[in-house]
Design a protein around this ligand. Structure first.
Ligand code: CA
Length: 526
């Protein structure tokens, strides 16, 4: 009852043009006004969406600088809370990419406050889980602080505290990235160990010394690097569980090699290798290796354990269905069963989300700005990503209606029965328009639709309307008597939201956060 009272207590009969402010709003980048996101919410948006590729209104660098300042403010307010947040988002696999978490952790590791720096450095192994992550962290942290003792010790601990077998796999699989190698980091950190196997491994990394104490994986990887036939390589891969990175380039077109790799391939590698597996003929219609690939892609537990993100699945589906790579000359004949399994796998990530049973209007901002910039460094525009997010909710819920809007309503040929990559293409091809985020509420009023919750997918750069979105929502509530809620799914990492943080019936979530669908459903049910 309290929340219903709250919803109706802020009565606003007013209609204010979006070019003018209303209480609580700030100017957005588009010449309109929106509510300012607090720095904790901005931290979440940045951790999930990143700032790669910029947006329609800001280039990549200004957007990154802007986000870095917001992250620094959160760190300044409560450093250990910020570090805990970074760790939580990263460990749960909520973001499509781990880079923003590594970037934010590097900022925390460079804070003035000693407790914050300690918490950040202690969290390095939890956020930098692979060799590549560690290289990225090194690159970020070097930009904001020096290589003092505490930082060297934290990097050294990464090499000392994981098991020797796991470390051997990390140094075989991830050799270098962005100008950093394990040798560079070991020369800085100088970790000391009394374990013969570990000492031999570190010695091999730094000096290439091959000794008897070296883990078998490293010795067999070195044999694999000299293998001269596909059969020889396949036997080594099978005997020692070697990853693709250890295979000499000359043998990477051999079907026998890919069969051996497929048998033990981590799920994220499988998703990235489907095209190659098809091109070399290992994955083919009715082929003997196809069931192995399909069952892995359909395994809910493996998807969760691998932190396979739905955006990665969607991108793999889109590329795979095209039959040719975005870069390079690789071409393949897509296998329909793989396409269907990828399409279904996207939804498995959210299988645990319980439907609300409420009447939901899923409204996609299809204005021009939503077709610029990229989500989380991917090839998807915010507009394309929003279509996939909306279909996810439409597939879970029983009563939904999907609409598009710019400055007016736009018919949207979108349904959960469509394949994801085709749905994404459908919104991608729409013409550009101006932005009025009040349109979904005005549309529902005009058509007499009964809506329990408006879910609006947008960059919050609204400006073209004669009434602010929250005013339109309050009009809707007053005229219909329905305590309708508003959920804003933010698709660009900026500091704005059309949701009023002071209104208990409005919520701002981050698009493509794997936790978002459950948060949205809980909020709507409440
Ligand atoms: Ca826009």
């Amino acid at each position: 009852m309290t929340s219903t009272l709250n919803i109706f207590s802020r009565r606003t009969a007013a209609a204010t043009a979006q070019t003018l402010p209303i209480p609580g709003t700030v100017p957005n980048t588009a010449g309109g006004h929106a509510f300012a996101l607090d720095d904790w919410a901005r931290l979440d948006r940045f951790l999930v969406l990143g700032s790669d590729g910029g947006s329609y209104y800001a280039g990549e660098r200004p957007l990154t600088r802007d986000n870095a300042q917001a992250v620094l403010r959160a760190i300044g307010m409560d450093g250990t809370r910020a570090v805990a947040r970074i760790v939580a988002v990263s460990e749960a696999g909520r973001a499509p990419k781990n880079d923003p978490a590594l970037f934010a952790l590097a900022l925390a590791a460079s804070a003035d406050d000693l407790a914050t720096r300690r918490a950040a450095l202690a969290a390095v192994p939890r956020v930098a889980r692979t060799g590549t992550h560690l290289f990225q962290f090194a690159e970020f942290v070097q930009a904001s602080r020096g290589w003092g003792r505490a930082l060297r010790r934290a990097v050294g601990a990464w090499y000392l505290e994981q098991s020797i077998d796991r470390l051997a796999y990390q140094v075989v699989k991830y050799r270098q990235r962005g100008g950093w190698s394990h040798r560079d980091l070991l020369r800085l950190a100088h970790p000391e160990t009394a374990e013969p196997g570990r000492a031999a491994l570190l010695d091999w990394v730094c000096r290439g010394t091959e000794s008897e104490a070296l883990p078998v994986l490293v010795r067999s990887a070195s044999s694999l690097s000299r293998a001269s036939s596909g059969a020889e390589a396949a036997a080594l891969i099978r005997a020692h569980d070697l990853p693709r990175e250890a295979v000499p380039t000359a043998l990477l077109n051999e079907a026998a090699v890919w069969e051996a790799l497929l048998e033990r391939m981590p799920l994220t590698a499988l998703v990235r290798s489907l095209a190659k597996l098809t091109a070399v003929g290992v994955v083919k219609p009715l082929g003997e290796w196809l069931p192995l690939a399909l069952s892995a892609l359909g395994d809910v537990d493996r998807i969760a354990k691998a932190r396979l993100h739905p955006l990665a699945i969607l991108l793999a589906l889109r590329t795979y269905a095209q039959g040719r790579g975005d870069r390079g000359a690789l071409q393949w004949e897509p296998v329909q069963a793989v396409i269907d399994t990828l399409n279904a796998a996207f939804y498995t990530v959210f299988r645990a989300v319980e439907p609300t049973g409420q009447r939901l209007l899923l409204a996609l901002d299809v204005s021009g700005s939503m077709a610029s910039g990229r989500v989380a460094g991917s090839s998807l525009t915010p507009r394309e990503a929003s279509a996939a997010m909306a279909l996810m909710t439409a597939a879970t819920e029983s009563s939904t209606h999907i609409v598009g809007f710019g400055a007016t309503m736009v018919p949207l040929p979108l349904s959960p029965s469509m394949r994801l990559d085709q749905a994404v293409q459908a919104v991608s091809d729409l013409p550009f328009a101006a932005t009025d985020c009040a349109q979904p509420m005005l549309y529902a009023l005009d058509r007499g639709l009964s809506i329990d919750a408006f879910v609006v997918y947008t960059d919050n750069e609204t400006w073209a309307g004669a009434v602010h979105p929250v005013q339109a929502l309050r009009q809707y509530r007053e005229r219909t008597g329905i305590a309708a809620k508003l959920v804003v799914v933010g698709l660009v990492s900026n500091g704005f939201s059309i949701a009023d943080p002071a209104d208990a019936g409005m919520l701002d979530v981050v698009g493509f956060d794997t936790a978002a669908p459950a948060v949205i459903a809980d909020f709507i049910r409440r």
